[in-house]
Write a protein that binds this ligand. Structure first.
Ligand code: SF4
Length: 80
């Protein structure tokens, strides 16, 4: 099964509207400290980088829906 890379970049531009979390809570969550979106921990290849995840194919379409809906277009999904 193919994997996909999801990134939130530039994460600083997140306006905290939780659209991505609403659409795809299996990939995105809000960071309680800065109230911006982050990748949930289980998908982070680098535990110190909260803005990058490697997700399985079955989550690709919801991550893409979130990317398309993000009002500031900072979510990117690409083959890993
Ligand atoms: S949809 Fe975009 S702006 Fe909204 S919380 Fe997610 S990353 Fe931030």
């Amino acid at each position: 099964m193919a994997n996909y890379k999801v990134s939130i970049d530039p994460r600083d531009n997140c306006i905290s509207d939780m659209v991505c979390v609403s659409i795809c809570p299996d990939v995105f969550e809000m960071n309680p400290d800065d109230n911006k979106s982050q990748i949930i921990e289980k998908w982070r290849p680098d535990p110190n980088n909260i803005a990058v995840g490697i997700i399985p194919e079955d989550l690709k379409s919801c991550a893409e829906d979130a990317a398309n809906a993000c009002p500031v277009q900072i979510i990117h999904v690409e083959p890993a």
